[in-house]
Design a protein around this ligand. Structure first.
Ligand code: SF4
Ligand code: ZN
Length: 316
């Protein structure tokens, strides 16, 4: 992306006999593109990924997990432009200024594209992330992931959506894959697919940006004048996934295409083997005895978290 040569022409314009200058260079795709053709390329790539993994069709009702960041807003914009029925879902995590700023940007964006944005306040459902973090010994991001998945699934069903789309990009997926491979974490590896099928009360979850890099998603947001939150959540500091991202980016710099190959080859060569394994080891989906939501245990992790938080507040 950084090595755009001065005066380079857009590859697509050139093929059409036009002379538009390129503003973006995608080394691993060997493409230099002007603004218009980059936006087109991005949306075509998203559409191709949706089709490749049979994620959803124009008949489905999609709920996009919106965080106010570049990936979720770019995804929402692209789905809307591609003609999908996609609304937004924002969870106010109660993380001070970060949540206030990201909520404001998400609301503004939903108004701009004229689609619904549902907002759930975590404080009213269970507790804010800082409170959950101080009441339990679980890392903030792990508890945050659990509650986000739970409320997203619960409300998507209630609101009549059958697909949840998240903005995980190629850098996220490659970093998680790298971490799971370093630890040979089979239980996570076998779930690392861009589509998690619907079953036993869980609705289908998809990642249409899984073949789009972080930089591509930031550029798409920039070219579409999408205002997004540019600073990180304060709890993300020190996360190992950030180190993995940096390592992979160093490799990518020297060998363009490394991230995509690492991830795409996993999906093509390794995932089918793990899927076979999963078929034999399938976990039973139960119904939580307290809230009635799907769970792998008698009591779901959110109800267990609620119990821990209540206990901590009565002890204080
Ligand atoms: Fe939640 Fe962690 Fe992401 Fe912050 S960085 S929003 S705590 S998962
Ligand atoms: Zn429960």
């Amino acid at each position: 992306m950084t090595k755009l040569k001065k005066g380079s022409r857009c590859t697509i314009c050139k093929a059409k006999g036009e002379k538009e200058k390129a503003v973006v260079f995608l080394p691993h795709h060997r493409l230099a593109l002007c603004k218009k053709h980059f936006v087109e390329w991005f949306e075509k790539r998203v559409e191709k990924t949706i089709k490749e993994f049979k994620m959803f069709s124009k008949k489905d009702r999609i709920l996009v997990a919106v965080s106010g960041g570049k990936d979720s807003l770019s995804l929402w914009n692209a789905l809307n432009n591609l003609g999908y029925e996609a609304d937004g879902f924002y969870i106010d995590l109660g993380i001070d200024q970060y949540s206030e700023d990201s909520k404001k940007l998400s609301i503004e964006f939903s108004k701009k594209i004229g689609r619904n944005l549902y907002i759930v306040d975590l404080k009213e459902e269970i507790a804010s992330i800082p409170v959950i973090n101080s009441s339990t010994n679980r890392p903030a991001c792990s508890a945050c992931g659990t509650v986000k998945r739970y409320y997203m699934n619960k409300y998507a069903k209630q609101l009549g959506y059958n697909i949840i789309a998240t903005g995980h990009n190629l850098d996220d997926e490659a970093a998680v894959l790298f971490g799971n491979t370093l630890h040979w974490d089979i239980n996570y590896l076998k779930k690392q697919y861009p589509v998690l099928r619907e079953e036993g009360g869980f609705i289908r979850k998809v990642k249409p940006l899984c073949k789009i890099t972080e930089k591509e998603s930031a550029l798409y947001a920039f070219f579409n004048n999408i205002e997004y939150i540019e600073y990180e959540c304060p709890f993300s500091e020190g996360a190992s996934s950030i180190e993995y991202k940096e390592l992979l980016s160093q490799l990518e710099e020297k060998h363009p295409g490394t991230k995509l190959k690492f991830y795409a080859d996993f999906l093509r060569k390794m995932y089918p083997i793990l899927k076979e394994y999963e078929r034999k080891e399938q976990e039973e989906i139960k119904i939580c005895k307290i809230c009635g939501e799907p769970s792998f245990n008698d009591i779901c992790s959110v109800c267990r978290l609620k119990g821990i938080i209540e206990k901590a507040s009565t002890n204080n």
